[in-house]
Design a protein around this ligand. Structure first.
Ligand code: SF4
Length: 275
């Protein structure tokens, strides 16, 4: 049994490992009511993870292995701090008046917010009780786990669709694309607001046909309010090195302004609002 810890404000760019060595493997996690879970860190004052100014909670656990991931220290539960949902909600309560005044709220990211689904749901429900706008950032890979009770605690889904081409998706993440597309379509069916996020990685996800496929798919979903282009960066590369992981993007450059403009133009031409 992991020892209960406390969570202090930090940054997604902090390298945090090995804090719960007894945690189960993320594939084997059997949650019950989600009263406890594993968290990497939380940031205050983010303007990039949903509307307004937000607290972003980074949970541990992810089943994907994106080659450009800037948070490989969120992949495993054993690297996270074991905390109670109530502890997280109590911390959040202190920020609630400011978040509401700045039209913001809570975003739960990761890792993958749906690995610890019951824990995530409990925190989202606590945030709703505080009157906060709620969002998750997710790859959608575990979307089949999201039941109606979970979705009812959510105001917005930031859906990372890493590629429209199944082969590229597998090369990027090591997993199948289909569950993400199914989740996107389900969100559209129930009219759940979503922002599609696309990480633009030169030489990996930038092929015109790949962008075109995603642009057409996103444009077909009436619940998608924004498409956000996230340019590849190297801010997480030091973590790969420190963790002894093989990093394939040491020589990959961030996309040029010309490439970003081309990709934005493709989304716009398909009928998406893009930024
Ligand atoms: S889904 Fe996110 S946390 Fe998981 S490997 Fe990909 S970039 Fe990293």
């Amino acid at each position: 049994m992991s020892q209960l810890g406390t969570l202090e404000a930090g940054s997604r760019h902090d390298l945090l490992v090995g804090r719960s060595p007894d945690a189960p493997d993320e594939e084997d996690l059997r949650e019950e009511e989600g009263a406890f879970g594993y968290a990497h860190s939380y940031e205050t004052g983010s303007r990039y993870d949903g509307p307004g100014v937000r607290v972003v909670l980074f949970l541990s656990g992810c089943l994907l292995r994106c080659t450009y991931c800037h948070n490989p220290d969120t992949w495993h539960l054993k690297d996270g701090t074991y905390v109670s949902a109530q502890h997280v909600i109590d911390r959040l309560a202190g920020f609630a008046p400011a978040l509401k005044a700045m039209d913001g709220g809570l975003t739960i990211s990761g890792g993958e917010a749906m690995v610890q689904l019951a824990f995530t749901r409990r925190i989202l429900a606590g945030a709703k009780d505080l009157g906060l706008h709620t969002a998750i950032e997710t790859s959608g890979f575990l979307g089949a786990r999201a039941d109606d009770r979970f979705l009812s605690c959510l105001d917005l889904v930031l859906l990372d669709i890493k590629s429209s081409d199944p082969e590229t998706y597998r090369r990027v993440t090591g997993r199948d694309l289909a569950p993400t597309l199914r989740f996107a379509e389900r969100l559209a069916e129930i009219g759940k607001p979503a922002w599609v996020r696309f990480t633009l990685v030169p030489g990996l996800t930038d092929a015109p046909a790949n962008v075109e496929g995603l642009a057409k798919f996103a444009a077909s979903l009436r619940n998608v309010e924004w498409v956000e282009i996230q340019p590849f960066h190297q801010l997480g590369s030091f973590k790969w090195k420190a963790m002894g992981l093989e990093y394939k993007h040491a020589d990959t450059q961030p996309p040029t302004p010309e490439l970003i403009n081309r990709v934005m133009g493709q989304f716009r031409a398909a009928g998406c609002r893009v930024r």
